[in-house]
Write a protein that binds this ligand. Structure first.
Ligand code: GLN
Ligand code: ZN
Length: 769
């Protein structure tokens, strides 16, 4: 038995420093890279990762390097390993019944013959996992040996690494019942059938040379799943009695993360016959001492896996000492979660201000921090005194830096009173907005129009300095002119300018606000081959100049119809950036809100009569712990209201939300007090409409009638059906007609056809009234 290493990380980014994996899998999907070449690229990436982690101070042969590669998603990887794919993929399995890359990618992305697995957000992050579908008769059986092969591959290169696999409880707790499963069936009901397959997997990993395995069980922290904490803990108790009881296995580390383990689960794991438990100590305190711990190693997640700050090593050290007080056999230092949520390396950011860069830690710097603390643990504190002091000095430098606290921003926020958060009465606004002259069932879109290759190329050329600002802006004006013309032709009622000037709905604002920095290579996986480059919100936020006004004004001047001003809301700007950790999110959100409030005033002054403030991330940031939710909903709603409440009664404020789980946050959405809300609905129609109707939501509402995630063009009859369903359940004068989301990722031919059908459907439904 080898002891657990003194320091580790729970996972590492897998897309590659230059998104090598993205390019390789996309080439494979496009048919230009065959399977063997793809496998070679992936193996090269894994080798580079191991070597890099060893260079940064993790041990080559002590199981401290996690084997956390994935071609697409770690939940899908686990589902595939145990054969838990729905029957519809039977025809793309290999001839021996195993699940190869063909079935794997079919499940991930779908193809002409297969609908993909559903995708949804992983805990309260912007990473999306694939949702397994489990039926009462799903056959669990080992169906792929990637985990095992990777351990063997590492061994062949002289490494003893620690395979990372989503654990059985989390796999089932995140799954959904397959279509046709009887009412009341829960995937977790199948736990006992699944466990023997995990036992076999553990044995195979052992045979391949794994001394430790990491089973990820973050579901055990969450209070937002369908299963209660008590039931999750019972499942964990059962699962780890069986897995721990297996005779032929590596030692088992069960990792939580994303929040504090529930008390029930902490007790279940402490009592289980496993060898180590990893806990997130950045979101929640040191857990209670328990008798079962004497034989276990506790991995203290004191290095935050989700932000990019260098952080307070001194405090991390103190926390580890307190963890040591629980009486466990050993204490190791770890990250709070996998590092898949942060970019690779600050050293890849030559454009960042060096002072800002000195405050940051991306994945590689976090590994370095882990290695420092681990050295302290195996020797003593005096051996790392210098590093602790350097981290403390960097923190002090950050606190004192110009711009982190901006004397012009703070007094304004401090002087706000309740009136700043409240618009006038609804009736008054409704009456004033009559002047917009909109028909019954007004038609509109969510904001972006297709971002053509031409726009992207022009932007790239402009960024490289090869296209002048004037020429770039000519391209944008041409595009806006054509988008307005197209909408006029289609007969839409409320127009948009199409957002061609935006690379991304958050980064665009970050680039135009003070207090943000943007990165060059700071990519973070969002799902599959998709990555985003979150901006860094490091200082007090303010708006040096109007941002969107001239584009909106240019568009409005082209049409008699109202053109919507288009802004991204404070919560979404925070959610999709790396946000400062030195003050409450509420404080930061209000600073962003005040900048948007000024932008709205400028839009109004420029003649814009409808302004949409998008908040697609409102649901995403909902805390995993019920007790944290009311405070979150308070500040998030307040920041939206602060941004919008300065608008004149005659200005129609819209918002847009990008998910169909309307139910959980319905009261908050209502409290946003927007005049009109558009929401994703095309895929889960009945549910959303029923939720809205039941809740008594009394504002304008546009349940999406066109699923923009697919190139498929919805037919007029289909849209009419959806609209009839909406107007049967909701007051017709409140219903709007719009797609599910922006059209940025679509191509023009299908967009034109779909919007044409949308307008035709609205006309037909209007005729009947
Ligand atoms: N206005 C944005 C767009 O249309 C909204 C995008 C989103 O909700 N994710 O692209
Ligand atoms: Zn959306």
């Amino acid at each position: 038995m080898t002891a657990f290493p003194a320091g580790t990380i729970l996972g590492y980014p897998r897309i590659g420093r230059r998104r090598e994996l993205k390019r390789a899998v996309e080439a494979h999907w496009a048919g230009t890279l065959d399977e063997a070449a793809l496998e070679t690229t992936a193996a090269d990436l894994r080798r580079a990762t191991r070597e890099r982690l060893a260079e940064l101070g993790l041990g080559k042969d002590d199981s401290s390097i996690p084997e956390s590669f994935s071609y697409y998603d770690q939940v899908l990887d686990a589902a595939v390993a145990v054969g838990a794919l729905p029957d519809r993929f039977a025809d793309v399995r290999e001839s021996d019944g195993s699940i190869g890359l063909r079935a794997y990618f079919a499940a991930a992305r779908g193809d002409s013959a297969h609908a993909p697995l559903e995708m949804t957000k992983w805990f309260d992050t912007n990473y999306h996992y694939l949702v397994p579908e489990i039926a009462p008769d799903t056959v669990f059986a080992r169906s792929g040996d990637r985990f095992v092969r990777q351990v063997a591959e590492a061994r062949a290169e002289g490494f003893t690494t620690r395979p990372v696999v989503v654990g059985p409880v989390t796999l089932l707790a995140l799954a959904k019942p397959a279509e046709g499963a009887p009412d009341g069936f829960s995937p977790l009901d199948r736990l006992d059938d699944l466990l023997p397959v995990y036992v076999e997997l553990l044995s195979a990993l052992r045979a391949a040379g794994a001394e430790w395995v990491q089973l990820d069980e973050p579901a055990l922290v969450s209070e937002t799943l369908d299963t209660t904490s008590a039931d999750l803990a019972r499942a964990a108790e059962r699962a780890y009695a069986v897995l721990g009881g297996a005779t032929d296995r590596p030692q088992v580390l069960v990792a939580s993360g994303y929040a504090q383990l529930s008390n029930e689960s902490w007790r279940a794991l402490a009592a289980a016959p496993i060898e180590a438990i990893a806990v997130d100590l950045t979101r929640g305190g040191v857990p209670e001492p328990l008798p079962g711990l004497q034989a276990k190693t506790l991995v203290g997640g004191v290095i935050e896996g989700r932000n990019i700050w260098r952080g307070d090593l001194e405090r991390a050290w103190t926390t580890l000492e307190r963890l040591g007080g629980l009486g466990a056999a050993g204490v190791a230092v770890g990250t709070s979660t996998s590092l898949q949520h942060v970019p690779h390396d600050v050293a890849d950011e030559p454009d960042l201000d060096p002072r800002l860069a000195s405050w940051l830690a991306f994945a590689d710097q976090k590994v370095d921090q882990v290695a420092i603390l681990a050295r302290g643990l195996v020797t003593d504190r005096t051996q790392i005194e210098n590093e602790l002091n350097a981290a403390t000095a960097a923190l002090a430098d950050r606190t004192a830096a110009d711009g982190v606290r901006d004397g012009a921003v703070r007094p304004r926020a401090a002087a706000l009173d309740a009136t700043a958060f409240t618009r006038g009465p609804q009736e008054e606004r409704d009456a004033a907005q009559e002047a917009l002259g909109l028909p019954l069932l007004p038609t509109t879109t969510i904001g972006s129009f297709p971002q053509t290759g031409e726009i992207r190329r022009a932007r790239a050329a402009h960024d490289r300095g090869e296209l002048s600002a004037a020429d770039y802006e000519d391209v944008l004006r041409l595009e806006i002119t054509s988008v307005i013309g197209l909408q006029e032709e289609l007969g839409l009622d409320v127009l948009v300018h199409g957002e061609p000037e935006r690379n991304d709905m958050v980064q665009y604002f970050a680039e135009n606000l003070d207090g943000f920095a943007v990165t060059r290579n700071g990519w973070v996986q969002s799902y599959g081959s998709r990555a985003t480059r979150p901006s860094i919100l490091w200082g007090d936020v303010s708006r040096p100049a109007p941002i969107t006004v001239r584009w909106s004004q240019f568009a409005q001047d082209l049409s008699e119809k109202p053109v919507k001003g288009m802004l991204t809301g404070p919560v979404t700007i925070l959610a999709w950036s790396f946000v400062r950790d030195d003050q409450p999110l509420a404080t930061t959100a209000n600073q962003v809100a005040l900048a948007l409030r000024d932008e709205i005033a400028d839009l109004e002054a420029a003649g814009i009569r409808i302004i949409q403030v998008d908040e697609p991330a409102l649901r995403e940031l909902l805390p995993l712990k019920k007790s944290d939710q009311p405070a979150y909903l308070d500040w998030s709603v307040a920041s939206f209201r602060l941004a919008t409440a300065g608008a004149d009664a005659a200005t129609q404020v819209h918002t847009h939300l990008c998910y169909s789980e309307f139910g959980v946050v319905i009261d908050a959405i209502s409290a946003l007090d927007a005049d009109v809300t558009s929401i994703e609905a095309a895929r889960s129609r009945g549910e959303v409409i029923a939720d809205i109707a039941e809740s008594g939501f009394a504002r304008g509402i546009g349940p999406g009638v066109y699923d923009i995630h697919s190139p498929r063009v919805p037919q007029v009859d289909e849209i009419v059906d959806l609209l009839e369903q909406a107007v049967a359940a909701l007051p017709v004068r409140r219903v709007w007609v719009n797609p599910d989301c922006g059209l940025k990722t679509r191509a023009y031919p299908e967009t034109v056809a779909a919007l044409g059908n949308l307008v035709a459907a609205a006309e037909r439904v209007r005729e009947g009234r």
